[in-house]
Write a protein that binds this ligand. Sequence first.
Ligand code: FRU
Length: 715
Amino acid sequence: MRPSVILLALFFAAPVLAAQPDLLVADFEGPDYGDWKVTGDAFGPKPAHGTLPNQMQVSGFEGRGLVNSYYQGDRTTGTLTSPPFKIERPYLNFLLGGGMHPGKTCINLLVDGQPARTATGPNDKPGGTERLDWHSWDVGEMIGKSAVIEIVDQATGGWGHINIDHIVQSDRRSGVVETIRDLAIDRDYLSFCFAPGQGGRTQIRLQVDGKPVRQAVGQGRPQPSRLSWDVSQLKGQRAQLRIAELPAADGSCPLGESVTLADQPQGVLIVVDKLYQETYRPQFHFTPAKNWTNDPNGLVYYAGQYHLFFQHNPTGINWGNMTWGHAVSPDLVHWRQLDHAIHPDNLGTIFSGSAVVDHDNTAGFQTGNEKPIVCIYTSAGKPFTQSLAYSNDGGRTWTKYERNPVLKHVVASNRDPKVIWHEPTKKWIMALFLDQNDYALFGSPNLKEWTRLCDVPLPGSGECPDFFPIAVDGDPQQVKWLFWGANGNYRLGAFDGVTFQPETDSIKSLWGGNDYAAQTYSDIPEADGRRIQISWMAGGKYPDMPFNQQLSFPRELTLRTTPEGLRLHMLPVREIESLRGKQHAWTDLKLGPGENPLAALEGELWDVQAEIAVGKKPPAAVAFTVRGEPIRYDVRAATLHCLGRSAPLAPQDGRITLRVLVDRTSIEIFANDGRVTMGSCFLPDPADRTLALSVEGGEAVLPALCLYELKSAWR
Ligand code: FRU
């Protein structure tokens, strides 16, 4: 059967009307909000004139005045509501900027008292811009009805504000156009096509009974990007298709015009509803079943289980409502998600922190035979303080200490306590981020009363400290203390139980684009003795997925002597071996121009070990290309490149080594036995399962090359 293109083409044919003049709803140029009704304090007493104190520069608005709910920062909330007006033109256009918190930082259109349209700003992460852009609502079918515009700011965290200007009724649309059409689902698949380079403001959403059932955004899409959704379960139902896009120069709407219903999937079938099997779901990196995660928290081993808590938004796909999610694993590879452990309370949301086993019951929390596990976290209220929660049943249920917080506000947004037990002084030591590049150590006999011990500057770093002893070259008699910041810069030094005496400057350890806020496990049994770390692979893109963000694969840290001095090395924990399947191995492999010894292999999940000799007549470069994404060693420059990042990598004894873990949406490289770590997220074309090994400008020899196919940890 032919796809039902015509049906939708009809939907998207724009009505031709004689152009009438625009009708201004509001331009916010007056001395106050006039007859608009203000509640709360986010909108201030009158329209803002551009940028507000401590705000990044606001641009893109018209005239002098605009609505800018950053009044007294992000923490203020409120609403701004227009008087009723009659819809007299097919488009309602306005300038829109600020935070992307649906329902919380938004502009809503109410028609006859019912919600009819809503839009948010474009930002939900650091690094966005305060530019306002045009947005249009197609309100053609509401002409003649009475409407009200409501501008809402109920968000208090990052990007907790909304900016609006110049609301006009018009015959023409401006900027992003939002179209809504009814659709009878009479086929099994719905497909559509994002044009190259379409950003996050280009979106398509399918709703049934007002609830979104599928949605996709243009941002970060691999090419080609004809995508299909399986809608067979919705067959026979009526749905609503909402499309927002920037029309092309010729006025066409490529996304809207590309929609078809068909009996077969076209392009890439996006799996969204088979839990842990979704198209972009990592198969051996931890992700929560649904919604947002960022930092790993409270990494602690107890009674045969590795506990992993994680910064989590239990109700949203983006950052917010910080709560400690919880998962456990017997082997650092297979995870089982448990109930959320620590929920926001009147001291604030629950920001990052750590966990320890209180073997000697120093805090007095123990009630039965199990040793108490104690979590130490930031209560992110006003102001930020540090609190405790404990478990007496091996981590299944959690109680907050009734006299929280245990450490009062010190300075700024002080946060992210990482606690260790210091046996020589029989004290708990807490590393805490203070502000800018400043950290401090605190000491306590019982986890409840803390004294400031010393300050630790860590140039170039902020947030999420870690602090631990580590043996030099595996020799327990020679120990250095390592102080770590969220971006992976660290200092080595000595610690006497009171003062950390740095012996180095900040040393960089992480070279990839997605590796942040790592912490190491507490209470690893002595017989094991490893220092195991997990990080947040910050910033990956997972369009259409029920989850957002992944954590790194656990890695073992060692400190080794190098020609440059002592350096941290990282390698994936050996437990990855339990996922290994078929092995493909070569020795003394000669690689000439145009050759690809991996041409016959295909797949998504790999554990790769390669030794590349850089002999007398070396090639210009050697590249290992995974699903179209090159990991390239530039021999002349002695640098390793992957996904827009590069790292210095000098050959040792005439060769470099690469260990690479490839998951569906990440590539982690550990080069020269872990001396250089590059953790990166990627978004390959799901249809591309290729591998390649190639040389440029010469020949290479690989004394050893071994690829293991990996199995999914979720099956
Ligand atoms: C690091 C961080 C921490 C904070 C947490 C909040 O990514 O900003 O400093 O505790 O995330 O989610």
